[in-house]
Each structure stands twice: as C-alpha cells, then as structure tokens.
Design a protein around this ligand. Structure first.
Ligand code: 5GP
Ligand code: MN
Length: 333
C-alpha cells in the first residue's frame, strides 16, 4: 500500500477525524468505519462517524453504531463535524455523489482527505488514496492498514467484530470476492477470540417475519425471467413498499435468490423507492454490471455487484433496463 507511511505519519498526532461512508450504508460501510474509528480512538484521536442515511436494523446491535451522525436526521451537526474536522476519511465509496449533499461540504473542507475503498473507477478527490479493488471489502483494507501500521497486537475485540461484520457481509458470507487473504484474516480473528456465529445470527438470522412474506411476493409475483439473455429481474412497486412496510435494509439479500438459478447470469432488483428508482445488479463471470450501472444508471460498484438509480418512472426504468439487456419481448412474468 503506497500511502501507508504517509497515513501513519498523519495519524501520529491526535486530531479531530471524521469518518464518512456511503448512503444506504451496508455492513462493510458501518464495519469499516467503526473498526477504523476504534483504532484511531486508541491512538488518541477524536473521531466522529457520519452516514448520509440510516443503517439497516440488522446492524443496530453494533456497539457505538448509534453514535454515528446520520446526515438525513442531523444535517446541522453533521456539517459542523465536517467543518471542524482536521482529517476526513472516506470509507467504502469513491465518488462524492455517493454521500449526497454532504459531498459539497467535503469538497469545501481544507481537511486532509483520505479515501479507503475497493470499488472500480475512483474519483480523484482525496489526498491519500487506498483504492484496493482486489480486496473483498473496505474492512479488509482497514485491517491491512491497522496491521501495517501497528501490528497484529492492535486488533482488539471491538475492531475484530466490526471488521469481521464488514468482511462477512461484503463477501455474502464468504460466497464471493473470497481470497486466501480473506480466510487467513478471519482465521486469525477466530484465533483472537472472534465469536463469528454470534455475528452471523445477529446480522443474517434476525429478520422480521415480513421479510419472508416480501420474499415470497418477490419470487411469486414480481419476478421476470428472460432465458435467451440469461437475465432475470425482480421489481418492487410503490404499492409494494406500502403493503409490506418496506424499510431500510428489508430488500437486502433478495437478489441473491435470482442468482441461485442456473439460467440467470445477470440479475436485477429494481425498487420504486419513495424518492427514486434504485437498481441493484449482480452477474456471474466476466459480464460487467458495473459498466451497465455506470453507463446507464448513474452508478457503479464492482464487476459482479453494482448499483445505480434512475429518475425515470419504474415502468420506464424497466423498459430501459430490458433494452440495455437486449430483451426483445416479455417472455413470461
Ligand atoms: P447493492 O446492490 O448491494 O446496493 O450494491 C452493490 C455494490 O454497488 C456495492 O458495492 C455498492 O456500494 C455499489 N453501489 C450501489 N448503489 C450504487 C450507486 O448508486 N452508485 C455507485 N457508484 N455504486 C453503488
Ligand atoms: Mn464494501
């Protein structure tokens, strides 16, 4: 990591540090932010995590997650924290568009900016950049930074729990983006006392009953398969949002069911959220959904897992997506 020495020098003296992650924060966004924040606190820094929007209920158990400022709920305090920060660390995103309005405040700030991320095509807004696209998760990079600077002795239990949560969720419970490093890091976490089953129970097996009702609805009534294009999609209407009381995090994991099908190489979940149409895309093999999201839906991510959004109506977005995927006609619904 080429900027490691520079980062180590920057954190030698105690500072006011803001850690920022992306809107609709996932386990990696929260885990990497908390993990790094604990480490920086141990080194005497004053830290404040800011998230543009609320995190899913599945992460409410995480110690200190409730100390994060949510921009949507506390814009004034969040802007104040950014203004007062001497250093701003951007985790798990690489384009300021991903943090909404607070991105402007980050641009205006004179603080030293650090980017720690594993997505494709980073924007050049940071002074120090850890852009490691081969890494499973931002949490893995944070692990490497901590160990690189302070050695394995710095991995205390809170840091381990936070980083494991990020690695576990971003690899889909070790289904993808795995590597020798990922398993080595997690084996080491276990050796140091990590209770991984507890975290899996808390994150994965703690869904409210409505989760399965919604899943059933998605699979039975909202799924379309296009075998010729090896493409499948699930969509959710505004009425579905009301009927199933869908909130942050409730649609997490649904797209994985599409990807279980042998006939599906590219899958999409298209959600008519209250303010925007949001897309989640997944692919198998070389097909790049990052390219599709970047070119057509103002988004990005990884080759096999990307997201984006659309200002068109749900119907128009579905038509556009099918055009992009070269679907000729509706085969079945
Ligand atoms: P998900 O489909 O689970 O929301 O996101 C899949 C991946 O794409 C994640 O790594 C996420 O950070 C990224 N992603 C999701 N939505 C967007 C978006 O609107 N813009 C960009 N640049 N990346 C996104
Ligand atoms: Mn991530």
């Amino acid at each position: 990591m080429k900027d490691l020495k520079a980062f180590a020098d920057l954190i030698k003296q105690p500072k006011k540090i803001v850690l920022l992650s992306h809107r609709n924060p996932d386990g990696d966004a929260i885990g990497s932010s908390l993990g790094l924040s604990y480490y920086l606190q141990l080194k005497g820094h004053q830290t404040q995590i800011i998230l543009p929007s609320e995190y899913p209920l599945a992460f409410e158990w995480m110690k200190d997650a409730n100390k994060a400022l949510i921009y949507d709920l506390s814009p004034h305090d969040s802007e104040k924290a950014v203004k007062e920060a001497e250093m701003i660390i951007c985790l798990d995103f690489n384009s300021l568009e991903r943090i909404d309005k607070i991105g402007l405040k980050v641009l205006e700030s004179k603080a030293t900016k650090v980017m720690i991320d594993h997505h494709l095509d980073p924007e050049p807004f940071a002074d120090l950049v850890f852009s490691e696209i081969q890494c499973s998760s931002t949490s893995e990079i944070v692990h490497n930074i901590i160990v690189g600077i302070s050695g394995e002795g710095a991995l205390q239990p809170d840091i381990i729990e936070a980083l494991y949560t990020g690695i576990m969720t971003d690899t889909g419970s070790f289904h993808h983006s795995t590597s020798e490093e990922v398993f080595t890091i997690c084996a080491h976490f276990k050796k140091l006392g990590l209770n991984d089953t507890r975290i899996q129970e808390l994150v994965l097996n703690s869904q409210p009953d409505k989760y399965l009702l919604l899943l059933g609805h998605c699979l039975h009534d909202r799924m379309e398969l296009y075998p010729e294009q090896e493409f499948g999609l699930i969509y959710l209407t505004k009425e579905d949002y009301k009927k199933f009381d869908i909130r942050r995090g409730d649609t997490e994991g649904i797209i994985n069911y599409l990807m279980m099908l042998k006939s599906v190489k590219v899958g999409a979940l298209v959600m008519n959220q209250p303010t925007i149409v949001k897309l989640s895309l997944r692919s198998k093999g070389n097909f790049s959904v990052q390219e599709i999201c970047k070119v057509n839906f103002n988004g990005g991510g990884h080759r096999n897992a990307s997201g984006g959004s659309s200002k068109l109506s749900l119907e128009e977005t579905l038509i556009k997506l099918k055009e992009v995927m070269k679907v000729k006609e509706s085969v079945n619904t």
